[in-house]
Design a protein around this ligand. Structure first.
Ligand SMILES: Nc1nc2c(ncn2[C@@H]2O[C@H](COP(=O)(O)OP(=O)(O)OP(=O)(O)O)[C@@H](O)[C@H]2O)c(=O)[nH]1
Ligand SMILES: [Mg+2]
Length: 303
């Protein structure tokens, strides 16, 4: 999956462990590592932070002895990547839903992101996962904008046997969210998923609409859905949605088709919010918990 980033890391390790490495040409190796990280969708700040961490650790060592220190460098790199990917305040979705259930309230989860990142598919996957855990779910089609959005969510609802609330195209999406939350409260349903229309983070009107949905729904969690293939743009997306609406967590989709691997690092560092799941295909079961260790090992293997 993450072949490109891994190759770049390998190249860096080979350079700094080479016999002729000196204090001065180690700088070149670091700037190559930084460029490799950036060209693999790692945000500039993230790349800087990782290079700095490795440099600090290596500074205490005698460069001449680094030939035998391949393992040490790989471990240091791993530590830096792991630290960047490990959330300071983790989120446990199941615990949150349980807590709301005990309070006899639905957990309200709102999804946002740019067009086509996989919001609707991810909601269907999460519904599938929660149904298996015996939670009840209702879906709100707060996308009254894109042609076919309501049909798409209704199709998932039929397959998964859960209720979908929608309104005609052009209606106020905030009122669909409102209806669904009331429906869940009245019937003791555990989880409300609010599916919003994809929008560019730069579209002022659509961002204002999203703010309204947010104000009305008062969600327990706002989840940013980012596409691993979106390249460097995912940084600006995550950052803008976080600044304008405020996000609590992220889900990274299409990781199955990603060879770069930098998007996870970028989202984590741009927002400081945890990535909670990753999408690894188009089937309902293709959703996995995000494990920082797993991602780190893919990017920096220790062998
Ligand atoms: N390979 C792969 N495809 C995915 C994944 N998640 C979603 N997709 C595909 O991405 C496409 C778009 O998914 P949607 O769920 O409709 O995306 P969306 O964000 O709801 O789109 P809009 O509502 O139009 O903004 C579909 O073809 C999905 O099957 C994933 O993890 N892996
Ligand atoms: Mg959608």
């Amino acid at each position: 999956m993450f072949d490109k980033l891994r190759k770049a890391v390998d190249g860096f390790v080979q350079r700094v462990t080479h016999k002729s490495v000196t204090e001065s040409n180690i700088d070149d190796a670091f700037s190559d590592l930084q460029i490799a990280l950036i060209s693999n969708d790692v945000a500039l700040e993230a790349a800087d932070l990782i290079c700095e961490r490795v440099r600090e650790k290596i500074a205490g060592e005698q460069i001449g002895l680094l030939q035998s220190k391949r393992k040490f460098i790989l471990e240091t790199l791993q530590e830096a990547v792991l630290e960047a990917l490990t959330p300071k305040t983790p989120i446990n979705l199941i615990q949150l839903i349980e807590k709301r259930r005990k309070e006899r309230n639905p957990a309200v989860l709102m999804f946002l992101g740019v067009n086509g990142t996989g919001k609707t598919t991810t909601i269907a996957k999460l519904t599938h996962m929660l149904l298996k855990r015996k939670f009840s779910v209702v879906l709100a089609c707060a996308d009254t904008f894109r042609a076919g959005s309501s049909e798409q969510l209704h199709t998932h609802g039929e397959r998964l046997k859960v209720r979908v609330l929608s309104r005609p195209y052009g209606s106020d999406p905030a009122s669909v969210a409102f209806d669904a939350i009331n429906h869940a409260r009245a019937r003791g349903i555990n989880v409300v998923f609010i599916d919003t229309a994809g929008r560019m983070q730069t579209d002022k009107n659509l961002m204002a609409e999203l703010e309204k949905i947010h104000r009305v729904a008062e969600p327990d969690l706002v989840i940013f859905v980012g596409d691993a293939l979106a390249g460097n743009d995912v940084i600006s997306q995550a950052r803008t949605f976080n600044e304008k609406i405020g996000i609590d967590a992220a889900i990274l989709t299409k990781v199955d088709a990603d060879t770069k691997g930098g998007a996870a690092l970028s989202i984590a560092l741009a927002t400081g919010k945890p990535i909670i799941f990753v999408g690894v295909g188009q089937e309902y079961s293709d959703l996995e918990e995000f494990r920082p260790e797993w991602f780190t090992e893919k990017i920096v293997p220790l062998d």
